[in-house]
Design a protein around this ligand. Structure first.
Ligand SMILES: *[C@@H]1O[C@H](CO)[C@@H](O)[C@H](O)[C@H]1NC(C)=O
Ligand SMILES: *[C@@H]1O[C@H](CO)[C@@H](O)[C@H](O)[C@H]1NC(C)=O
Ligand SMILES: *[C@@H]1O[C@H](CO)[C@@H](O)[C@H](O)[C@H]1NC(C)=O
Ligand SMILES: *[C@@H]1O[C@H](CO)[C@@H](O)[C@H](O)[C@H]1NC(C)=O
Length: 374
């Protein structure tokens, strides 16, 4: 999937689509082209087709009968710091790479037929609202949402080489965008989003469907360079905060010596990504308000967590996280963002802009070694 360059992606998509036609004798409509108003038009499954990757594992019609910790609900929401979902595996101890097509919604609010993230699993969350998107970045004890504890994870998004999405049929909704007029009870379908999960951290960007550049801000082709490049941020473990923010650069786009450049992610076959030509700029933010996690995640107490409790233990900077993540990461790519984080804090090359931002130390440097969709 996203490990290909765009042109290869399209070529692969064409091949997959032919294969899918062979096995179903119907062409598959891209997930990103399917629109359903919530809740009236939500079908049982948005992708019942049995393409080369098999059928959709879960369902989109979710209600009180599906609201439990075995829910296979694949309709997710990203609304506010106290009300969002992440994609994670349906069964314990799985890697994102092995289950990307099957992930289910794990959420912070009851009432929509999904699983709930166990109490205490969320260890720090930063919610940024920008003119074009919502970005949520945080720390999580990922074993509590069925991820293998050492999984460095990967990217979920509604595209994929066969255009059926990861997870297949996964839908996303939000009440957070201005076109919604602050009406929390009404949800818009989000067409462009990405969600990186792994290294006990996550980042999620959902783009305003009314924005002219939703697909650019929520780009999905940079799956090997993780949160620090796709969702540059100042999230810190132990801190729960909401800020206004400017838009960041599009993922993969940067300015070097006054020239706007676009990064090309090398194919997996060339091995680990060990150098990057740039450090992603963190957009400036303001009006940050911090919260106690106990005040935010009141629905989660019902779901016992196994980890140590919530917000009382602010810990080391995320830069430290990145380094230890890389050190234990093994696998293929890993260690890039540790050095990315230090590059920005020491202000090399593109550092002038980065240093203008106060909390550079908070950049999540986790990268993700796993590849997607063979
Ligand atoms: C609740 O959701 C389940 C699973 O999608 C579905 O089978 C059932 O028909 C739904 N019930 C109602 C009343 O919509
Ligand atoms: C999780 O999976 C790994 C790899 O398959 C295995 O070695 C480990 O024992 C599993 N852990 C648990 C708690 O099942
Ligand atoms: C909408 O939800 C947000 C976050 O949960 C909350 O802060 C806000 O007060 C709500 N707005 C209304 C009008 O209910
Ligand atoms: C975040 O802080 C918690 C609580 O101190 C700690 O257990 C966890 O390992 C930290 N997460 C990361 C990714 O550093």
């Amino acid at each position: 999937m996203a490990r290909y360059t765009l042109s290869t992606l399209l070529a692969v998509a064409a091949v997959s689509s032919v294969l899918a036609q062979d096995s179903t004798s119907t062409s598959i409509e891209p997930l990103a082209s399917k629109h359903f108003t919530y809740p009236d038009q939500i079908p049982y499954q948005v992708d019942p087709a049995n393409g080369v990757r098999g059928p959709q594992q879960g369902y989109n019609l979710c209600n009180s009968t599906t609201e439990n910790q075995q829910s296979m609900c694949q309709t997710a929401f990203v609304n506010h710091i106290d009300d969002f979902c992440l994609w994670a595996p349906p069964t314990p101890n799985q890697t994102i790479g092995d289950t990307e097509g099957e992930e289910v919604a794990w959420c912070t609010k009851a009432g929509r037929g999904t699983r709930l993230i166990p109490a205490g699993a969320l260890q720090g969350v930063q919610y940024l609202k920008t003119p074009d998107y919502i970005q949520i970045v945080g720390f999580i004890d990922q074993s509590q949402i069925n991820m293998a504890p050492d999984d460095f994870g990967g990217e979920l998004d509604p595209h994929g080489a066969d255009l059926r999405g990861n997870p297949l049929g996964g839908l996303m909704y939000s009440n957070a965008f201005p076109s919604n007029n602050g009406n929390n009870g009404s949800y818009q379908q989000v067409i462009e989003w990405h969600n990186f999960m792994g290294g006990n951290a996550f980042c999620m960007k959902v783009c305003d469907p009314a924005g002219a550049h939703a697909a650019d801000y929520c780009q999905h082709i940079f799956d090997r360079i993780g949160c620090s490049y796709n969702d540059p941020n100042t999230a810190q473990n132990g801190t729960f905060e909401v800020c206004d923010s400017d838009d960041a650069d599009y993922p993969g786009v940067y300015t070097s010596n006054g020239q706007v450049m676009t990064y090309t992610q090398p194919p997996e076959s060339l091995g680990a990504i060990t150098t990057m030509p740039y450090t992603a700029r963190v957009a400036s933010s303001s009006n940050c308000v911090t919260y106690e996690s106990s005040a935010l995640y009141t629905d989660l107490a019902a779901v016992a967590g196994t980890g140590s409790a919530s917000s009382s233990a602010p810990t080391g900077s995320v830069t430290g996280t990145a380094k230890s993540a890389s050190a234990t990461g093994g696998k293929s790519s890993a260690s890039r963002s540790g050095s990315a984080a230090s590059a920005s804090s020491t202000g090399s090359s593109s550092g002038a802009e980065a240093l203008g931002i106060s909390a550079v130390s908070g950049i999540i440097g986790v990268t993700f070694a796993m590849m997607f969709l063979s």
